[in-house]
Design a protein around this ligand. Structure first.
Ligand code: ADP
Ligand code: MG
Length: 714
């Protein structure tokens, strides 16, 4: 393997090399951009005798009896050890990290940082351990060489196998001492730094790694957060510019077609649906190609918007090509959803001379059938592919299978993607036509995304919000249930079941216990809960289970059985969150609700507002006490309100995982700040407009290229 900059500059042992590679640290620049996880004050130091459950502690002492064993009940391996200081000893536990015990030896002098958990016998869960050469005497901070300030701040880096926080501190101070950081160019243009009063790269690097006070690292973190969002914005704005430069199909006369179609709908469209349809049709009638996100709560009627605009497209002709028949592709995240959409489309389009098809991994169907014109019929895939290629199929509905290479459309004009967060940017790009013509794109989601996150993650899309529910919907009745009210709750649910309705029970876990929690506060698991409910509260009812570890075919069978009312109660993890429509399900019990974000809880309860039956949602916590955070669920009008709530209370990192967004925790912090996101967006747009190739900003161009690679690797 070729040596990288880190390996030539530092004397590294194998485990360190591997750790750095794993962390993506190959250059000195990467190292300097590896920011501390947090800062500590020497004053947080405690003794074993002085520990308090529920607080953070820093302890110095000797490590005893490190060992690996299997955790209670679940088969997961864990590490254990004891920390001993002059005042007593305390247990250290690492869950799911068997290698930890092997990293430390009996009698090692260490500094331990972590949260004190447990009750009568406290322990420290998943602590960070740092080897030290001396133990502080009598609580003074003799190991932090600077003695003059009582509360010296120092950076703590997250540790992983093979590399310690201490290593980072030393390596970075070496870089500083040698002045290497001074050779790095600042990716943010100087005038932008000035405009927003942000520190330069040099100052910010110093202050984030070796702050003198809180203001130092606050300002530095703000700058790097801005930098991250700025770079993402540039990447997105550039994507948009490239997209907008491509030729597209200009669809004329779509408004009249849509009008005729709407007159045939079994219901009157809401104001919101009408406005969304108008915006989309306007967009289809001009260049550049549409790139739009339609956000609307579960049940707000996005399918009708999709169907109306799809109809307008397949019955219109593009300008200058009056004879062409245009095609629409409609992608759903699961087979069941694709089938449900196909079924609704055949109903909505049944009276019209339009050929439609369904294509999933397991089945291909065409509508109408030649023999029975009111129905669809199964067709061989090879035949369907021919019909798609020769343009006979106007609307193709399906799953990911729509974007396989062998699916060649004759004249694809419009792509609709349902629940787009399941689709990556790469997949979206795969839809571009061979002739370079850009089809119009409508991406639909019921996931309420805070504005800052939408502006960042979907910065290349225009946004339309559907914020009105069809009339006649009874608002869902949400109750926070304490442990003493369980009996009443089960009675109410049984009453609904006896009326012929169905119910969901959501649990946060599948089966193994949560190692970070004591037995008393274990959250409920799908398998155990289903067993329990079958024997007790729902004895005599048909109880099914659904969770993410089941095979796709098993999940599918279960969902179909629930849809066909062969199951009364579905005990599931949050896998039911996305899009399946079972209108007969009217109650949902959510266990361990403290484990979910508010927006996610809102999504979950959206499963039972699919009809005009009164719907009920019961929210329970593992401790049996409803938390104040959850009270927002009783009052909130929309998912957006709750998403904003989540963003402020829990932080975006927890809600929209790093892997999903490609944004670091630091970048996520920026998303709490609308002004910052807007500033980054404005500056990015200005720069991309003036200098699309960023030729005057090579360092920035490189940062954008690296970022794009990450964003597109989904
Ligand atoms: P979502 O936005 O979650 O995809 P759907 O499109 O599945 O919502 O619509 C939910 C239900 O509401 C469907 O049964 C649909 O037929 C119905 N619906 C949609 N729009 C209206 C409307 N304007 N009036 C009455 N019912 C409607
Ligand atoms: Mg939908």
């Amino acid at each position: 393997m070729e040596k990288n900059e880190m390996q030539t500059h530092f004397r590294l042992i194998e485990p360190q090399k591997r750790a750095l590679t794993r962390l993506g640290i190959n250059t000195i620049r990467d190292l300097l951009y590896h920011f501390p996880a947090r800062y500590e004050r020497s004053g947080d130091q405690k003794t074993v005798a002085g520990l308090e459950v529920g607080t953070d502690a820093i302890l110095y002492g000797t490590l005893r009896k490190p060992e690996t064993r299997k955790s209670w009940k679940s088969k997961r391996p864990m590490s254990e050890a004891w920390l001993e200081d002059g005042t007593g000893k305390v247990k250290l536990m690492w869950f799911n990290q068997p290698y930890i015990a092997k990293m430390y030896t009996e009698g090692m002098m260490v500094k331990v940082t972590g949260r004190v958990e447990g009750g009568a016998s406290p322990y420290i869960a998943n602590p960070e351990v740092e080897r030290v050469s001396t133990l502080p005497l009598g609580g003074t901070d003799s190991i932090f060489q600077t003695g003059d300030s009582e509360d010296e701040l120092f950076a703590v880096y997250s540790e992983s196998k093979g590399i310690t926080s201490r290593w980072f501190r030393h390596a970075i101070s070496k870089v500083f001492a040698e002045g290497i950081h001074g050779t790095l160019d600042d990716p943010i243009p100087a005038e932008v730094l000035e405009r927003y009063n942000l520190p330069t790269l040099l100052t910010a690097l110093f202050h984030i790694h070796t702050p003198k006070n809180e203001n130092n690292y606050r300002a530095a973190r703000k700058r790097f957060a801005f930098e991250e969002v700025f770079v993402i914005q540039i990447a997105k704005q550039r994507d948009r510019k490239t997209h907008d430069a491509a030729p597209t199909l200009i669809i004329e006369g779509a408004h009249e077609k849509a009008h005729a179609f709407l007159a045939h709908l079994p219901f009157a469209p809401t104001q919101g649906q009408q406005a969304a349809i108008r915006t989309i049709l306007d967009n289809l009638s001009r260049a550049p190609a549409m790139s739009r996100l339609l956000e609307g709560d579960v049940g707000s009627g996005k399918t009708a918007v999709a169907a109306t605009t799809a109809y307008a497209v397949v019955t219109s002709s593009p300008k200058n090509r009056p004879s062409a028949t245009l095609q629409v592709a409609y992608m759903a995240p699961t087979e069941i959803l694709a089938e449900q959409h196909f079924a609704s489309f055949t109903q909505l389009f049944g009276h019209l001379p339009i050929q439609m098809a369904l294509m999933t991994g397991t089945v291909c169907r065409k509508y109408p059938s030649k023999l029975k014109p009111g129905e669809s019929t199964k067709v061989p895939k090879t035949q369907l592919l021919k019909w798609i290629a020769n343009g006979e199929i106007a609307i193709l509905i399906g799953t990911h299978s729509l974007i396989q290479k062998k699916v060649q459309f004759r004249d694809l004009a419009y792509v609709i993607i349902d629940e787009q967060h399941r689709f990556g940017t790469m997949q979206r790009k795969a839809l571009v036509r061979k002739d370079g013509i850009m089809p119009h794109l409508l991406s639909m989601t019921a996931t309420p995304i805070p504005r800052t996150l939408a502006l960042t993650l979907y910065g290349d899309l225009d946004l339309t919000v559907l914020d009105e529910m069809p009339p006649g919907r009874k608002p869902i009745m949400t109750t926070l249930v304490g442990s003493s009210d369980r009996t009443t709750m089960y009675e109410s649910v049984r009453r609904e079941l006896n009326l012929g309705r169905q119910a969901y029970v959501i649990c946060p876990r599948i089966d193994e216990p949560d190692p970070t929690k004591e037995m008393a506060v274990q959250t409920r698991s799908v398998l155990a809960e289903a067993e329990q409910l079958r024997l007790k509260e729902f004895k005599g009812y048909r109880v099914g289970v659904l969770h993410g570890q089941m095979k796709p075919a098993e999940k599918d069978t279960t969902m179909r059985a629930f849809l066909a009312h062969e199951i009364d109660i579905l005990v599931a993890t949050s896998v039911v969150e996305v899009g399946v429509n079972v209108p007969n399900a009217t109650s949902i019990i959510i266990e361990g609700a403290e484990r979910f974000g508010l927006a996610q809880l809102h999504q979950l309860r959206g499963r039972v507002v699919r009809s005009n039956h009164q719907a009920y949602c019961y929210v329970l916590t593992s401790s049996g006490k409803p938390s104040t955070r959850l009270k927002a669920l009783e009052k909130a009008k929309s998912g957006f309100e709750l998403a904003e709530h989540d963003l402020q209370i829990r932080g975006p990192g927890e809600l929209y995982g790093r892997s999903q967004s490609g944004i670091t925790d630091l970048g996520m912090e920026a998303l709490k700040n609308l002004k910052m996101v807007e500033a980054a967006r404005t500056e990015a747009l200005r720069l991309v407009t003036e200098d699309t190739l960023l030729s005057a900003h090579p360092i920035l161009a490189q940062a954008v290229a690296e970022r794009s690679a990450k964003l597109h690797f989904e």
